[in-house]
Design a protein around this ligand. Structure first.
Ligand SMILES: Cc1cc2nc3c(=O)[nH]c(=O)nc-3n(C[C@H](O)[C@H](O)[C@H](O)COP(=O)(O)OP(=O)(O)OC[C@H]3O[C@@H](n4cnc5c(N)ncnc54)[C@H](O)[C@@H]3O)c2cc1C
Length: 551
């Protein structure tokens, strides 16, 4: 097959959509006929030098980088819009190594210092990292920051930190995208729109074609375990689209925490009750990891997912809604509020509630937010019907707590459709709780006993069960409330094995020609968030354009 041109990549959707085919059939057939046969059968609907699966943080950085090096680009995105988790993120970009911003703020830094910090043995985010990946990350830190500036990303005029394993200030926050209708949420802290929209604008201006609502279903390799990766099969409006990637295909599907089966590979406790921050906007689908493994890819650094640092799982601050992460609040004017359904009640003082499991029992001190809290929430609760995962966690409180917190416990603040309940007695409250993740009804007598015992602790000034410091308020004045408060998942800290060029590696340690991975789907480096996604996305796009996916 000849080299693709931007014109080829720009073929209209109507022209290349294969009607009537079913997803996956084409890919299977191709493995049998080989690349040449496939070409003869006119298998491909559209082609480009570089194809990204996912148009989030890593995919966008990779696309711009590949375009800068002369490649044509197609981005496949299952969502209705670009951005992924990057769109609703706080936009705190962790990049240093001697950037222009660091110099402006008088921070001394170097690639060597970045490397030293991110291989520290005494920090959870760096201890289990692949040092070859960290070396590449360190060397590309400052250039990646300048790349963002060159491509229109604007930053607020300050540096934050040190954060994570970094020992100097390296974190800077983007400026929110100015067009309100092109954001997903409008909260002043959700400024990640400024990062992904600027990269999208640049990628489109340089010629990228973005195919929205195209869900990747399989990766096409010459044979299932050998040869070159040739492209990808996607589904759009129920139709199969086969996309040829001439120089490289990038897995940038954002990690695996939305995939219960795959995430339990890394931590068997993470059963279905745990929701994912960033949903319902976009999924950390695990699709890229699974499709890549189906053609021979290997996982890497899986221990990182269970480091007990609290980055992978977090305590919700916005209770009574399904997706109550610590900083993300779905406001009623958010673009997808019909999906999110409620904003949640923001807890300012954990003394105002008690937290109980699905059996109506307290399990830990409510004021604690260390990993011990999560371990207790996910522990075996002694219920035969629920051995893995700790089940639903509910915040139980009374009218007085509502007054103290200044809450309005009504929609759209709360979601009465399974995530928020009220009643005039504790027993009625237990009976009212009906939620898909509450395996069986909460025993009313147990919740009554829990509340009575806790109220005694308040009288005594001491929590004899879990050591909550100076338990302050009784749960005594009706109406009583139960609000969804189950810990919520966040980062994928493991994924596919790659080399420092972001090329995917198989179980034998060999490069799979033509296949790249970046972002939270990439394993081996447990840094939280945008920094590593941007760096390895940029590396992947450049490498594919320059080296064509060859080892
Ligand atoms: C609420 C929140 C706040 C955050 N704040 C920060 C912060 O301040 N600083 C920081 O550093 N990090 C932050 N993060 C983390 C950061 O946003 C992510 O680490 C980063 O966006 C991950 O980039 P990615 O490209 O791997 O995935 P994403 O940006 O999520 O992109 C993945 C894309 O792949 C698409 N996709 C998935 N499956 C398929 C498929 N089968 N076919 C086609 N497309 C598919 C998804 O729809 C998505 O658009 C935050 C995350 C959240 C959720």
């Amino acid at each position: 097959m000849g080299r693709s041109t931007r014109k080829e990549a720009g073929v209209s959707r109507r022209a290349f959509i294969r009607r009537g085919a079913t997803a996956g059939v084409g890919a299977t057939a191709l493995a049998g006929v080989g690349a040449r046969g496939a070409e003869a059968q006119n298998f491909w609907d559209v082609s480009a030098d570089f194809v990204t699966i996912g148009a989030g943080t890593a995919g966008l950085a990779a696309a711009v980088s590949a375009l800068d090096h002369g490649a044509s680009v197609i981005m496949l995105e299952e969502n209705v819009d670009i951005g992924g988790h990057g769109m609703c993120s706080g936009g705190n970009v962790h990049l240093g190594g001697g950037t222009s911003n660091q110099r402006k703020h008088g921070v001394e830094d170097s690639a060597e210092q970045v490397y030293r910090d991110w291989v520290r043995h005494d920090h959870m985010q760096s201890r289990y990292s692949d040092r070859d990946l960290v070396r590449a990350f360190a060397d590309e830190n400052a250039p990646t920051f300048e790349f963002l500036i060159e491509n229109g990303v604007q930053f607020q005029d300050h540096l934050v930190g040190p954060t994570g394993a970094s020992q100097v200030r390296r974190q800077q926050r983007t400026v929110q995208w100015p067009v309100a209708s092109e954001r997903v949420t409008h909260h002043e802290t959700r400024v990640g729109s400024g990062l992904v929209r600027a990269l999208e604008k640049s990628a489109r201006a340089k010629g990228a074609q973005v195919l929205l609502r195209h869900k990747m279903t399989s990766i096409v390799r010459e044979s299932p375990s050998a040869g070159r990766v040739l492209g990808v099969t996607a589904v759009h409006d129920g139709r199969t689209v086969n996309v040829r990637a001439l120089k490289g295909l990038l897995v940038a599907t954002g990690g695996s925490t939305s995939n219960v089966n795959l995430r339990r590979t890394f931590d068997p406790r993470l059963t279905e009750e745990y929701q994912v921050a960033g949903e319902p906007w976009s999924r950390q689908s695990g699709d890229g990891e699974l499709a890549a493994m189906a053609v021979g890819a290997s996982l890497w650094g899986t221990a990182n997912q269970t480091v007990e640092a609290g980055i992978a799982i977090s305590k919700t601050r916005h209770i009574g809604c399904q997706w109550g992460y610590s900083s993300l609040i779905w406001q009623p004017n958010a673009r997808i509020f019909d999906l999110a359904r409620a904003s949640g009640l923001t807890v300012t003082d954990w003394q105002d509630v008690i937290l109980v499991n699905q059996l109506g029992r307290r399990f830990w001190s409510e004021t604690d937010a260390r990993y011990d809290f999560f371990a207790a929430a996910m522990a075996d609760i002694g219920d035969e019907s629920k051995r893995n995962g700790g089940g639903a966690i509910w915040a139980v409180f009374d009218h007085d707590a509502v007054e103290r917190e200044g809450w309005d416990p009504q929609p759209p603040n709360v979601d009465p459709d399974g995530f928020f309940f009220s009643a005039d007695t504790i027993a009625e409250l237990a009976a009212a709780i009906a939620n898909p993740f509450q395996a069986k009804p909460m025993p009313a007598a147990a919740l009554e006993e829990t509340v009575a015992r806790y109220n005694q602790f308040v009288d005594a000034g001491e929590d004899a069960d879990f050591g909550k410091p100076n338990p302050r308020y009784k749960v005594q004045t009706p109406p009583f409330y139960a609000a969804w408060s189950t810990p919520i998942l966040h980062d994928s800290l493991t994924g596919l094995r790659t080399n420092p060029r972001a090329q995917v590696v198989d179980i034998h340690g060999d490069v799979i020609p033509g296949l790249y991975c970046a972002g939270e789907s990439q394993g081996g480096f447990a840094q939280h968030g945008l920094g590593r996604c941007l760096v390895f996305g940029r590396i992947a796009g450049r490498d594919a354009a320059v080296n064509g996916g060859n080892a």
